[in-house]
Design a protein. Structure first.
Length: 282
């Protein structure tokens, strides 16, 4: 008799304030915190499964599900805000006894990576911001549809096609997996009240003050897909202008899924950038 299949999205658990945080802890070496995006049915594993495998030989990779997403457990009446998520992230680092980490943030997670660097600069080594939110921009139709998702297979398929430039990546199996994930009662209820219309206000709420971003001293790598329909390339151009010690890598023929559509190149780019910090500190 075959053993029951285990869900790879479910990792370890650790209490972080009011949030029982589901997280993945792979590899060894310098610690790297990976913060996922805010798409429906998302989890740390869904976002980072390919880089986790590619980078675990060089770094200790820590990928938590933020409150309202994935398999973390949180109070049903929890109010979601940038401050709430930041408190969870800091509590997560404290619970694991980590004083300082590299941080990789995807989209919404990019804003949270910036929040950590701004509020607790001593906790951050290097920053990687991928298709990042966190600066002012006009709400795109793609992001409006992502945040306005209501559960159905067809709606999830439509959302996934917005994310990817390479439509061949949007197979029925992936769509079904993310659709089923979006139906989990606790996270479905959270998602429905997280980004209600009108949604430009949530773009603005996740944006940081220009002076705060300009004050960031950490070496920062921005990565963006040229053909991103969710978060415009202009956000990374703004970050390049505002963060003094920064660089930007743009992938052509790439949407919002840089870490999936260009998985090997993305992971190598990140590994080189983070390793450069270790070499300069040596």
């Amino acid at each position: 008799m075959n053993a029951p299949a285990t869900n790879p999205e479910i990792g370890k658990q650790i209490q972080c304030g009011p949030v029982l945080t589901n997280y993945h802890d792979l590899g060894s070496g310098e610690p790297v915190l990976l913060l996922h995006g805010s798409g429906p049915g998302v989890s740390a594993w869904a976002n980072w499964r390919l880089p986790l495998q590619a980078l675990k030989g060089q770094f200790r990779l820590l990928a938590p599900d933020l409150a309202g997403f994935g398999f973390s457990e949180f109070p049903a009446d929890m109010a979601f805000s940038r401050q709430t998520w930041l408190e969870q992230i800091v509590a997560f680092l404290d619970a694991l006894g980590l004083d300082k980490v590299h941080v990789i943030g995807n989209s919404f997670g990019g804003s949270m990576a910036l929040a950590l660097a701004i509020a607790h600069p001593e906790r951050v080594k290097r920053l990687v911001l991928m298709g990042s939110v966190g600066v002012p921009f006009e709400l795109t139709d793609g992001l409006d549809r992502v945040w306005g998702y209501t559960p159905s297979f067809e709606n999830m398929q439509s959302i996934m096609k917005i994310f990817a430039w390479n439509q061949a990546l949007v197979g029925d199996e992936l769509v079904q997996m993310r659709y089923e994930a979006s139906l989990r009662p606790l996270t479905r209820a959270a998602y429905e009240r997280m980004f209600p219309a009108p949604r430009q206000r949530w773009v603005d709420a996740m944006a940081h003050a220009e002076a705060d971003v300009r004050a960031i001293k950490h070496p920062t790598l921005m990565v963006h897909g040229r053909d991103d329909k969710v978060i415009p390339l202009s956000t990374s151009m703004t970050l390049l202008d505002w963060i003094e010690d920064s660089q930007l890598h743009i992938f052509g023929r790439c949407g919002h899924w840089t870490q999936i559509e260009h998985a090997a190149a993305f992971s190598q780019l990140v590994a080189n950038f983070l390793a450069a910090g270790s070499a300069s500190a040596a």
